[in-house]
Design a protein around this ligand. Structure first.
Ligand code: URA
Length: 306
């Protein structure tokens, strides 16, 4: 794919730390070895260790766990609560049939896991305003979970990693939906969300039961948004979206999931590094740009009016 970059986009790419002298390849290259393993490559700074499998099972009630159980030994019985923690309730029924406003309300009121007891706000996602319907977008960006800033703001990716994500989007002619000014030639054609809609305390890794509780919300978002491409940022997004289509995805380093087009509910999925990881691993920004180019080859940006 050839990219016709104007001065502003070149500046964006410089901001991302991407060198401009070499058009990136867009063809899948399964032989490209990952520079780093999955744990180091995409973990949130404050979530530097752990994985789905390594994370110990939280002693929270989980009415309908759907993901594989973690390999870790169960918590000692003495630490298990005798009864469900107060304040929790099953996920609302019928998520798979909900319209956008009902889905938003269901997330806002969700008390299906213990994260509801520590969150300040749920973080449903951000995209162009749309009355009573899912916004019309071609792109869906999926991150891991809200952090402290997102928990306060009720919006995904508003911290430092979010600024880098915004620059990555601008390099693709995309702009998050709630900015005041629309830049010329830039489309509000993207919805940004996370695997988890609530912040894990102290920014720890999401645990499998939490991911399972939140998965129907993300699934319904995808069904209603019908994006042309999903960009999965980081290990948790990749594992969550690909667990039904990539065998043993938890064991595959993130670097090996890059460079190919996967699928979730029939929607193409491109995996890349988490922006928080890129903030401290500048050398991999060029690889992230390769991933964005691959995603753009799947879903050429269409400028939609604000
Ligand atoms: N990291 C994420 O994965 N999501 C956010 O919303 C913020 C930081």
């Amino acid at each position: 794919m050839s990219l016709d970059l104007d001065k502003r986009q070149r500046a964006m790419l410089r901001e991302m730390g991407v060198r401009l002298w070499q058009p990136p390849p867009v063809v899948a290259s399964p032989d490209v070895p990952p520079a780093i393993d999955s744990v180091a490559a995409d973990a949130h700074p404050a979530r530097a260790e752990g994985s789905f499998d390594a994370e110990p099972q939280r002693p929270t009630p989980a009415p309908a766990p759907a993901v594989r159980p973690p390999a870790a030994a169960p918590a000692p019985a003495a630490r298990m609560p005798a009864a469900p923690a107060p304040g929790l309730a099953p996920r609302p029924a019928g998520i798979e049939l909900m319209a956008w406003p009902a889905l938003q309300a269901a997330v806002a009121g969700c008390r299906a896991c213990a994260l509801c007891t520590s969150r300040k706000n749920t973080v449903f996602g951000v995209g162009p305003a749309a009355a009573d319907a899912a916004p019309a977008v071609d792109w869906l960006i999926v991150g891991e979970a809200p952090g402290e800033n997102e928990d306060i703001a009720g919006e995904p990716f508003v911290g430092q990693a979010g600024r880098l994500l915004d620059n990555m989007l601008l390099a693709m002619h995309l702009q998050r939906g709630n900015d005041d000014a629309t830049r010329a030639g830039v489309a509000r054609n993207v919805f940004i969300t996370n695997v988890l809609k609530c912040r894990p305390p102290a920014n720890r890794n999401p645990d499998p039961a939490e991911v399972a509780q939140c998965a129907p919300y993300l699934k319904r978002q995808v069904e209603l948004l019908q994006p042309k491409v999903i960009l999965a940022l980081g290990k948790f997004a990749a594992q969550s979206l690909l667990q039904d289509s990539v065998p043993d995805v938890q064991k595959i380093p993130l670097g090996k999931l890059r460079g190919q087009v996967h699928s979730y509910l029939g929607v193409p999925v491109v995996v890349s590094y988490h922006p928080a990881y890129l903030l401290r691993s500048l050398g991999d920004k060029a690889k992230a740009w390769d991933d964005l180019c691959l995603a753009m080859s799947v879903a050429p940006t269409v400028v939609r009016s604000a």
